[in-house]
Write a protein that binds this ligand. Structure first.
Ligand code: DX5
Ligand code: ZN
Length: 218
């Protein structure tokens, strides 16, 4: 079963608790939380304070996507705030293995993210150490961008490595996911679909999530 992870980046921030409860009722699997620092990406969003505030509003895992420099300095804070999964970008983390150990020491599942221009081979050595690989299917920073087709090959490659190495991490995709691209990503090997605008910019969020599921299963 493919998982759907609505990204609250496209939600109404003045009523975040209700927005999250609505997608939970509609069958969301994770709540995807986009943390941006204005350095690694050209946008600023939310920090541990907001993760802490939304935690009591949902029983779903909080899937925290850190688009920040120096992630090691903030991992304990996000863990304490209630993150269930913390993913860090390969591009900002020279000691990726050490960062993954730090996430696990905080009793949180550990993920690694790669941008569209980052070679997929760069994450091969750490595949045995992750719970999740997040393949960016747009350049991180904003919701509502178009899916980049060349990322499909990377999803396919990671899925092959996972099988060859007999590993069980999840493969997540993030950016430009809609009923059309969701199917392509799942066919390539994705298990978790992050969807921001395709869920929260729709009047009926339950219907939007159902249509994404139907598209990948059909
Ligand atoms: C982009 C974020 C995404 C974003 C996706 O930097 O990581 O999670 O919310 O938004 P959509 O689904 O609208 O492309
Ligand atoms: Zn994200």
């Amino acid at each position: 079963m493919v998982k759907v992870a609505p990204s609250i980046l496209s939600a109404n921030f003045s009523m975040l608790g209700q927005e999250i409860q609505e997608v939970e009722k509609g069958g969301a699997d994770y709540i995807h939380v986009d943390v941006m620092d204005g350095h690694f990406v050209p946008n600023i969003t939310i920090g541990p304070l907001v993760v802490d505030a939304i935690k009591p509003n949902t029983s779903l895992p909080l899937d925290v996507h850190l688009m920040i420099e120096n992630p090691d300095d903030y991992i304990a804070m996000f863990a304490e705030a209630g993150a269930s999964i913390i993913s860090v970008h390969q591009e900002v983390t020279p000691h990726l293995h050490r960062t993954l150990q730090l996430i696990k020491e905080n009793d949180v599942k550990a993920g690694v993210v790669i941008n569209p221009a980052t070679p997929v081979e760069s994450i091969l050595p750490i595949l045995p150490d992750v719970d999740l690989i997040l393949i960016m299917t747009v350049n991180p920073g904003f919701g509502g961008q178009s899916f980049i087709d060349s990322t499909l090959q990377k999803i396919d490659q990671v899925a092959k490595w996972r099988k060859d190495m007999n590993l069980s991490f999840e493969i997540e995709v993030d950016g430009g996911i809609n009923v059309h691209t969701a199917k392509q990503a799942v066919d390539a090997g994705a298990d978790v679909l992050v969807a921001g605008s395709a869920v929260f910019n729709q009047a009926n969020r339950h219907k939007a999530m159902r249509e994404i599921r139907e598209a990948v299963e059909g």
